[in-house]
Design a protein around this ligand. Structure first.
Ligand code: E4P
Length: 215
């Protein structure tokens, strides 16, 4: 399973990207807003990420109709061949995703809330779908169960699940056991993934032993 960072805040991203453990960065208008990044500043953010060696950068279209989503998607892809275009799973979005996929542009269909949308994203030729696991559960659906169904629907296809809207390291563990291809997590969950209190305690023991052995 690959790990991605769901974040646009350079100060939060830098130390996590420096670990080399994250395959890329996902963004959307909410993530940009939380990171204080205006739409006009997105190209600069993309280039900052690419310069730090980020393998994939996901940027979301903002247009409402299929023609303008396609045009916007092509502009985003023109920033770099490491840019993946994110498009919400609306009828217009799926229509645009199909056209972009036919033009060789990798697309992630996002804001997915139901297993049936795995079917429509598959028909659109999407490389990824992003189920909003936390939001599904918070809105009365079982997010993990929906993802399990998406996994079964996508078995054998070239469309993978990149699970999003994750609230804890436990969410990541459960999704890994489901066999999802990737998850994207905010900085707090990313840091939680890297921190195991019992490991920290064991290292403190090592350090005390080393100090004593050096005396
Ligand atoms: C998409 O990549 C994000 O995960 C999306 O904004 C949902 O995350 P949230 O539920 O934390 O807002």
């Amino acid at each position: 399973m690959r790990l991605y960072l769901d974040c646009a805040d350079r100060a939060e991203l830098a130390p996590l990207l420096d670990t080399g453990l994250f395959s890329g960065v996902t963004t959307n208008p909410l993530i940009l807003q939380r990171g204080g990044v205006r739409l006009a500043e997105v190209p600069a953010l993309v280039h900052w990420l690419l310069e730090r060696g980020t393998a994939e950068v996901f940027v979301q279209t903002t247009a409402a109709d299929a023609d303008r989503i396609v045009a916007e998607g092509r502009e985003l892809r023109a920033l770099s061949d490491r840019v993946v275009v994110k498009i919400p799973a609306t009828t217009a979005g799926l229509t645009a995703a199909r056209r972009l996929a036919d033009q060789g542009v990798p697309v992630l269909v996002t804001a997915v809330y139901h297993a049936l949308q795995a079917l429509t994203a598959l028909a659109a030729g999407a490389r990824w779908i992003a189920p909003y696991v936390g939001r599904m559960t918070e809105q009365g659906r079982d997010g993990h169960e929906q993802v399990a169904q998406m996994q079964r629907i996508l078995t054998g296809s070239s469309t993978g699940v990149l699970a999003a809207s994750l609230r804890s390291a436990e969410d990541v563990r459960r999704l890994a056991l489901l066999g999802v291809e990737a998850v994207t997590v905010g900085a707090p969950v990313a840091r939680a993934l890297l921190t195991e209190p019992l490991t920290e305690a064991a290292v403190a023991d090592f350090d005390r032993a080393v100090a004593q052995l050096r005396d």
